[in-house]
Ligand binder design. Structure first.
Ligand code: GLP
Length: 242
């Protein structure tokens, strides 16, 4: 079931996302959070840091699993998702570093790193809330449109469009990795609750395809229509074609 919330501005966007995560932690301090990178959740993380500083929320007993990581970037690389998470959230809250998980992008054996991440996920049990952004082609995590999708954590080849979209963060497109490790669609869909967030006019078309279009592996986010508990937070622009 999709519960769509359209917010009026950036501030409400961030407050709504952070509020959903904070109230989960208040009722379940040991919650397992599935977290996302990209520009969309940055303000949500900023708001969560504020709520933590105000004493409204604690992450002390919580744990987290991130969706994905570029292959070939070590943790210190400015564009690695591990570094992104440390800088945008983890370093500013009371989550225990050992309870935060991001796939290893610098392993000499990425297949093994993906299998190991999957093992950790299985050991942890069900994710309580999975936060998702949305790629322009309908990708979630780095699950790109394809004939077939993969359930567990695996290696993906990034689409050119995805590399181009993410090139804004790198000195040149040549430095954007070609492959990534991503949590699979199976694991994402097993989360108890999913929080999908999108903002900006450039997402309007894919939002409409994902939420109202046919359910197809060619738009991985459309599979969210099959999930029993999805909250979608959109700004006016991203929700403009619904
Ligand atoms: N792997 C990430 C996704 O997890 C993210 O949701 C998406 C959208 O990014 P943004 O929020 O910057 O639009 O692209 C990236 O490639």
């Amino acid at each position: 079931m999709l519960n769509i919330i359209k917010v009026k501005d950036e501030q409400q966007f961030n407050e709504t996302g952070a509020g959903i995560i904070a109230s989960l932690l208040q009722s379940n301090p040991r919650a397992i959070l599935g977290l996302a990178t990209g520009s969309t959740p940055v303000g949500v993380y900023g708001k969560l840091i504020e709520l933590y500083r105000e004493g409204v929320v604690s992450f002390k007993q919580a744990s987290s699993f991130n969706l994905d990581e570029y292959i070939g970037l070590d943790e210190q690389h400015p564009e690695s998702y591990r570094r992104f998470m440390n800088e945008k959230l983890f370093n500013h809250i009371d989550i225990l570093p050992e309870n935060t998980h991001v796939p290893s992008g610098s392993s000499s054996d990425p297949e093994q790193a993906a299998a190991e991440y999957n093992r950790l996920l299985e050991q942890a049990g069900q994710i309580d809330l999975q936060l998702l952004g949305l790629g322009h082609n309908g990708h979630i995590g780095f699950n790109e449109p394809a004939e077939e999708l993969t359930g567990p954590t695996h290696i993906v080849k990034l689409e050119e469009r995805t590399r181009q979209a993410n090139a804004r963060y790198f000195p040149s497109i040549d430095e954007v990795p070609t492959h990534a490790i991503t949590m699979g669609i199976g694991t994402i869909l097993q989360a108890k609750q999913i929080l999908l967030m999108a903002k900006g006019a450039d997402k309007a078309e894919v939002v409409a395809r994902a939420l109202r279009g046919p359910i197809t592996t060619q738009c991985p986010a459309s599979l969210l229509q099959t999930h029993p508990n999805v909250v979608v937070v959109l700004d006016q622009a991203a929700g403009g074609l619904l």
